[in-house]
Design a protein around this ligand. Structure first.
Ligand SMILES: Cc1cc2nc3c(=O)[nH]c(=O)nc-3n(C[C@H](O)[C@H](O)[C@H](O)COP(=O)(O)OP(=O)(O)OC[C@H]3O[C@@H](n4cnc5c(N)ncnc54)[C@H](O)[C@@H]3O)c2cc1C
Length: 398
């Protein structure tokens, strides 16, 4: 008879799900992770922040330069004015740019190696929670557990079930992206530095992320969709052709796929935990691709959920509805700092005034680098304080 009763069921085997599942298994709990896809599967979101490293270390994951592209910095370029600034990011921890198919697969394999049961190509269809148990129905069978972790990414299973998803307005509207195989001298130089490049455009911005095996991930994020009638490949190609940086990088390049798109990605989940369940990763809310905070916030949040759920399972208090309340507040500080940073990027001339001026002050440059690295909880960062104080009187909405 297959086992259908567990301590914890984790829905979704992306970075958040694999992190929560692995840490709970390390604590000795019986964990089932259910994934509707099959690894390796494509996923966008390739640029990692340095401060994810301590979580990866706890998982027992070591990122190597033979598998992934080292990321040493982030360069912001305004081609209109020819101004640019580079922030070094390889300080305390070495970050990487990863192909997500490989990376997410290795996290899921690592979870299984540490005792997690993984069901793939199986979709969670409904969740029923009562005072004593969680019952999860998939398209194949039914399972029970003491606790559910929702790590279903932007599908946000529990958030949608409880109608708690709210769009965040004013950030990126949609993204168009593809991968190229590249051979130009400019691309070779970029593989040496490993920098992510952010090219500022009138309509939004473009990311350029070097990946191993001489490949570049290129994506256009559009801020205001009413600014152009063009859509899809025509819009993407227009902006690539207008960028002299990209024209150099992509000389002789071959696109590996057609142009993909993602829209309406920014949302908050107003009900991130409740009796016998908690959400983590994008299922708890997603901001925006700029500053590459998605996977970082996903694994840091999943780690916090796993540690708290472990304590509760050990003491038999896992039915407490506000189990995550204190952690939620602390996580909010990081999430809100990143949210305000991103809002400033889209709504003010922060990039022009502060980024490009950061050359003048080592302190500001270092403070911005700290936020771009994921060092979000540091108290002595005046740039962070400036972001938070600008929000006085506004309550957390994410
Ligand atoms: C355009 C764009 C660019 C981005 N760029 C970056 C970047 O450069 N760096 C970065 O850090 N982040 C980036 N992100 C964000 C990043 O992709 C996410 O934050 C990250 O993948 C979150 O991980 P997760 O585990 O929460 O969700 P996911 O990685 O989405 O994993 C969720 C998993 O749940 C599974 N699932 C969903 N529903 C069900 C169900 N009902 N039953 C079973 N399984 C289910 C899915 O198949 C999926 O495998 C980007 C996002 C976008 C939209």
């Amino acid at each position: 008879m297959p086992v259908t009763d567990f301590d914890v069921i984790v829905a979704g085997a992306g970075p958040a799900g694999s992190t929560a599942a692995t840490l709970l298994a390390q604590h000795g709990h019986r964990v089932l992770m259910i994934e509707r896809g099959r690894h390796p599967r494509f996923h966008i979101g390739e640029s990692m922040l340095p401060f994810s490293a301590p979580v990866f270390a706890r998982l027992g994951i070591r990122l190597e330069a033979s598998d992934y592209q080292r990321k040493d910095g982030a360069e912001f370029i305004d081609e209109g004015t020819a101004r640019s600034i580079r922030f070094a990011l390889n300080g305390r921890y070495q970050p990487y740019q990863v192909e997500r198919a490989r990376f997410d697969h290795s996290l899921a394999d690592n979870a299984v190696a540490q005792g997690v049961s993984l069901q793939q190509e199986e979709t969670v269809r409904s969740v029923h929670i009562n005072a004593t148990r969680v019952r999860v129905e998939t398209d194949r069978q039914q399972y029970t557990a003491r606790y559910l972790v929702d790590a279903t990414g932007r599908s946000a299973f529990m958030g949608r079930q409880t109608s708690a998803i709210q769009r965040i307005e004013g950030l990126g509207c949609f993204a168009l992206y593809t991968h190229y195989r590249v051979t130009s001298p400019q691309a070779r130089a970029l593989f040496q530095s490993g920098d992510i490049k952010v090219l500022m455009q009138d309509i939004g911005w473009i990311w350029v992320i070097p990946l191993v095996n001489e490949r570049l991930s290129v994506g256009l994020v559009v801020r205001d969709k009413s600014a152009t009638a063009l859509r899809g490949a025509a819009l993407f190609e227009k902006y690539l052709a207008a960028s002299s940086v990209l024209q150099g990088l992509l000389q002789g390049a071959v696109a590996e796929t057609g142009v993909h798109s993602e829209a309406d990605f920014s949302f908050s989940n107003q009900q991130r935990y409740g009796q016998r369940y908690a959400c983590c990763g994008d299922a708890a809310g997603f901001l925006d691709p700029v500053f590459s905070s998605g996977v970082f916030l996903a694994v840091v949040g999943a780690q916090r959920v796993a540690d708290r759920v472990h304590e509760a399972l050990a003491t038999g208090t896992e039915a407490t509805a506000d189990l995550l309340a204190t952690d939620g507040q602390e996580l909010d500080e990081g999430f809100n700092t990143m949210r305000l940073f991103i809002e400033r990027f889209y709504r003010s001339d922060m990039v022009q005034r502060l980024f490009f001026e950061a050359d003048r002050s080592d302190t500001i440059r270092e403070e911005i680098s700290a936020l771009l690295s994921g060092d979000l909880w540091r108290r002595d960062n005046a740039f962070k304080r400036m972001l938070l104080e600008g929000r006085q009187g506004r309550k957390r909405t994410a």
